[in-house]
Structure formats: C-alpha cells, structure tokens
Design a protein around this ligand. Sequence first.
Ligand SMILES: Cc1ncc(COP(=O)(O)O)c(C=O)c1O
Length: 386
Amino acid sequence: MPIRPARRITDTSPKNFGMFAKAVGRTGDLIHLELGMPAEDTPQHIKDATIAALQRGAVHYSDLQGLPELRSALADKLRRQNKLDVTADNVLITNGLTQGSFAAFMAFLDHGDEALLLAPYYPQHIGKAELAGAKVTIAPLDAENGFSINRALIEPHITSATRAIALINPCNPTGRVYTRDELQVIADLAQEHDLLVISDEVYEEITYDATHISIASLPGMKARTISMFAFTKAYAMDGWRLGYVVADSDLMGPLMKITTNEVTHVNTFIQHGALAAVTGDPSILAGMVARDRTRRDLVIGRLNQMPGVTCATVEGTIYAFPDITATGLTAQNCADRLLEETGVVVEAGSFYGDAGEGHLRVCFGCAEIDVLTDAMDRMQRFFNGL
Ligand SMILES: Cc1ncc(COP(=O)(O)O)c(C=O)c1O
C-alpha cells in the first residue's frame, strides 16, 4: 500500500508557481521579470557583520524568539518608524516573512474558520490558510477604482465564520500603498466583526510617492493585528530568509508554539547581519530604493507607450501592474505569448485571482536598467504587432 499523505496535504490547493514554473529549465534568451527577486546585492556591511559573527563563534543555539539585541533594535525602529508601541518582547525573528505568516495562519485559524483575502491576493496565503484547515474567501477589489479598499466590496464577504483578514500593504501585485482612510475601513471591519488582521508589510521600505502606515498603529488595532516584516526586499536579502513578526504578548505565545516546534529558532549568525542592517547607515537603504524608483520610472514610462497598455503609477513595491484589457488578450494568454514570442517572462494578473484579470505583473526591481530596457523594447515590438 502506498503511504498516504495527511489530509491537510490532500485537502490543500496545490501550490502554483505561475509563469516561473513555465519558464524554469528553458534555455534561450529569456528575461525574467516574473519573480520578486531584488536585482541589488546585499549591502557589504551586512555581509561583513555576518561573517564576523560566524568567525567569533556565533554558531550555537540562541534565544528562541530571536537575538535580544536584534529584537531590541527592531523595537526601536518599530516605535520610531511604524508608530507601534512595542518592546523587544513583542518581536519574533522568523525565516523570512513566509515563516511568520505561516505561524500566523496556523496559530489562529481552525477548521471551519474562514480567512478573508483581498484580491488581487498573494497566492501563498491560500495554501497557508488551507493548511491551517480554514476556508479561504475572497473580496475582489475593483481595477476601475485603482484597487482601493472599499467597505462595500469587502463587508459582504464577512460571515460569522470569518476569523481573519489578510492585508498586504504596500500591495503585491497592485503597487498600492493604502491611505490611512483605507486602513481605517479594515480596522473598523476588524473591530466590528472581531477579526484578526494578518498584515504583510514586506515592502514597507519600498515606497515612492506615498507613506506606508502600519495598520497596527491605528486605534484599537494593536491587540488584533499580527504585523509581519522582512529584510528580504529592501535589503536584497531574499536568500537569507530573515523576517520578523510583531504582536501583542497575548498573541506571541501561540505564534512561538508554531515556530519553536517548526525550526526552534532562526540561524544565529545571520541575525547579526540583520542587526547590522537595522542599525546601519540609512543612506544605503535610501540609495537602493532610489535605484528602484529609477527602474520604476523607466518601466512605467515605457509600458504606457505600448498600444493597448495602460499602467498606473506604482506607489510602492517593485512591481508594475499594467492593464492590457484593450488588447483583447486574457492576462494568461498575453503572458504566455510574451514568453513564447519575446522571451520576456512576466506574471499574469489572473494568478492573483480573477480581480487581476486583464493585467500583467512586471517586476522592475529584479533587473538592471539595460536588461529592463531590452525587456521593454521586446514588449513594445510585441504590442505594436498585435
Ligand atoms: C507579499 C509578499 N509576502 C511575502 C513574501 C515572501 O517574503 P519572504 O521571502 O521574506 O518570505 C513575498 C515575496 O515576494 C511577497 O511578495
């Protein structure tokens, strides 16, 4: 008899890797703009601090919640920058944001609960909610209104079983950075319906013409929000797998029950690198975001010159989300044809739910200017020829 996997495996939607899965292993002249993998290198002072920690023997088990000095530096940053009234005890270091959000879904959702996602959504949240035994419900935001948060579009999807709402701010894939008024809509709904907010803020540092606000800083929200951050995007540390979760003390115990059973704690010596990132010269981070801004301006400017394509400005993140409805192509068909006919790999907006149909997600933060220019030239020729 074959060994049977657990029901939590067979009952969970298969993880879909979208265009990445179609492009991987292909040879030829491909330009990969489908994954959010930063083009920048991790800053040298972060590497140096990590190597120094390794050399001086930071190779043993350490604090289960994360290095106290790192959590303390992060608490300073969270008080100053995110306006969150927290101490080091409210910070849990995780293996990327991914582990933090897994812990959040696993620790607070039961069988029979519903987790509400705003669409376009981040597909990974579906698998996590389902592994926790919950049912995923979707509130589609409206492209016509720039994917803004609108109470009338969300509230009808809240039922007596809804336990949590997942928020991504700044939003992958739309590039929106939500205003205080938009966040207040989520805060009001969460308080009225007694919901937990699972707030993914992985792009908090990468904003251009907008200010990122942490929803947990709104009145009444700290006790019902799990805020999740990572070093991944802003510091180009995606391969390091380093993030952190911020939660009230009542929520921290359940989260740690998941993480300690799963991994005990995060690698000790790389946490010293994270400390160098948080306490380092802020102009290094600012320089990286400035280079992303140049990439953004190039890509959005070029996309808007292509027939049938319109692209709203991107307030944050490293993605453009152009509307291609006027071409008459579906998002998937367009992404497939771009791969086949031009070698440019972008993600179909429908990968992020039906609300993303008619759009492409183009990562501008994952390539240097000459590569982006080549990709835009190829896309221009493709759209000219339709
Ligand atoms: C919205 C969002 N959340 C989480 C992640 C994953 O973050 P990490 O690599 O820190 O686990 C990504 C990566 O693209 C993302 O876009």
